[in-house]
Design a binder for this molecule. Structure first.
Ligand code: 13P
Length: 288
């Protein structure tokens, strides 16, 4: 199956009251683990690529070609979107050129008028190409200088302004943050989510920072209009923990345990287990 935009899969998810996971990829192992789990569970899936991860993989074209080839070679039949995560204005154009099927333009750090102008321009380009566009209002923070904030909340009126530009989906800060949540985190702001939903109508909303959000909060967010949930750190932690265990148990020193196909296998299995668990919580299993 060819790469698809997120439009149809997320409109379906919104109607069916479930969410599709965006799982960020870093390399071949990550991509293979996520694609095979999605296929096994018959779930639609969004592969997220940050600009840093794309650079690590030598560029956006490498990523597109790898993902497209894997879909073919692995006989993947479920809908797969290849999506730029937190794209800069320049990065968005590079992904459009490289054959991504979806982009996120993160203009949240621009003054709202500039965010609007740039988003509007990219909406028009994406429409022509049949691509989907995610916009962001209210920056979704994380750890900065060792200090983890509580997470910003988007202004519902600004959300409406951006939603009205014709973007496909909208990411709005509701107290969520990237990475691990601090122990004093006070949780998602459902009051803000409800206000945003009331202003933006049928637009599928995106929840960033999916790592570590308790299941009941995830389910409540889905019931209030969230149709896409981003997960990155949790797969990294699962991979790290399984790899550490393999090495600490000395398995890399036994026989051909040093072979990267063996060394990386427990990490890959751990990513698969994480993706499976998330798809179960999000309710996307069997929805492809
Ligand atoms: P986490 O790393 O907290 O899971 O967040 C992922 C994300 O939101 C990517 O945009």
């Amino acid at each position: 199956m060819a790469l698809v935009s997120v439009k149809d899969m997320l409109e379906k998810a919104l109607k069916g009251k479930y969410a599709v996971g965006q799982f960020n990829i870093n390399n071949l192992e990550w991509t293979k683990a996520i694609l095979s789990t999605a296929e096994e569970l018959k779930s639609p899936v969004i592969l997220g690529v940050s600009e840093g991860a794309a650079k690590y993989m030598t560029g956006f074209r490498t990523v597109t070609n790898m993902v497209k080839a894997m879909i073919e070679e692995m006989h993947i039949t479920v809908p797969v979107a290849l999506h730029l995560d937190h794209g800069t204005y320049e990065g968005c154009y590079k992904c459009i050129e490289a054959g991504f099927s979806s982009i996120m333009f993160d203009g949240s750090h621009f003054p709202i008028e500039e965010n609007i102008a740039k988003t509007k321009e990219l909406v028009a380009v994406c429409k022509k190409k049949g691509m989907s566009l995610e916009a962001e209002v209210g920056s979704i923070g994380g750890e900065e200088d060792g200090v983890v904030g509580q997470g910003e909340c988007a202004d519902p009126d600004e959300c409406k302004k951006i939603a009205d530009l014709g973007v496909t989906i909208l990411a709005a800060g509701i107290g969520n943050i990237h990475g691990k949540y601090p122990s004093n985190w006070t949780g998602l702001r459902f009051d803000v989510l409800e206000k945003i939903k009331a202003k933006t109508g049928d637009m599928p909303l995106v929840l960033h920072g999916g790592t570590g959000i308790p299941t009941d909060m995830i389910k409540k967010a889905i019931s209030l209009g969230v149709a896409k949930i981003n997960v990155n750190t949790e797969c990294q932690l699962a991979f790290q923990e399984a790899t550490r265990k393999y090495v600490e148990e000395g398995k890399d020193l036994v026989g051909k345990g040093f072979d990267p196909r063996k060394l990386l296998a427990p990490g890959v299995e751990a990513i698969k287990a994480t993706v499976r668990e998330k798809m179960q919580i999000f309710g996307s299993i069997g929805k492809a």
